[in-house]
Write a protein that binds this ligand. Structure first.
Ligand code: ZN
Length: 197
């Protein structure tokens, strides 16, 4: 598949330290970083999402939420992994989960000084994006929620880069079930090796 730099976009979901080596580490998550890096140069539009919580967030167990403390703004765990290629200059970062836990990148706020749009769908519409390629962490949570939202809110084709996602698999088949669900909703699946300049 040939990448069109004008009308294709890449969305990298939550490749943050806490999901790789931290409190919510996804098994083998580090393996996807070189895979994602290999396709970064093929795209002009790249959006990075980041789970972004305040200290004492309602999603944390101490506050009665389901998760250990993670992705607290300003902490090491919140940062994108140092080996992930991030465009210098003005990368598009989407912060999500500022108030309540939010799995989908489409629920986040777009930052970056060149962006006049506040939402991912608004940004993609303004850019005239026709195909959205999604990778990152984790298949059974934030990738799934992002893909399902993309199919509802983004007016174009949605692809999941299957070799550039990893699942938590609290139950052994969660990742597989998430892939089934995304497929039933209309997502298409490819590998990064299918993408050509
Ligand atoms: Zn979170």
């Amino acid at each position: 598949m040939k990448i069109n730099k004008d009308t294709d976009a890449l969305l990298v979901v939550d490749v943050q330290n806490d999901f790789i080596t931290g409190s919510l580490a996804v098994p083998n998550a580090v393996d996807i970083i070189p895979v994602i890096n290999s396709i970064i140069p093929k795209f002009t539009t790249i959006i990075y999402s980041a789970d972004s919580h305040i200290k004492d967030h309602p999603s944390f167990q101490a506050q009665g939420g389901p998760w250990p403390d993670h992705c607290v703004i300003g902490s090491f765990g919140h940062r994108l992994h140092k080996d992930l290629l991030v465009r210098t200059g003005n990368p598009v970062i989407v912060h999500k989960g500022l108030k309540e836990e939010a799995y989908s990148a489409f629920s986040g706020l777009v930052t970056g000084e060149l962006n006049t749009e506040k939402t991912v769908e608004g940004l993609l519409r303004t850019l005239g994006t026709k195909r959205l390629f999604i990778c990152g962490l984790a298949t059974d949570y934030c990738v799934k929620a992002t893909v399902l939202d993309a199919l509802k809110l983004f007016d174009g084709e949605v692809y999941v880069l299957l070799n550039a996602v990893r699942s938590v698999d609290i139950n052994k088949t969660d990742g597989i079930r998430a892939i089934d669900e995304m497929g039933e909703a209309g997502a298409m699946f490819i590998a990064t090796s299918d993408l050509e300049d």
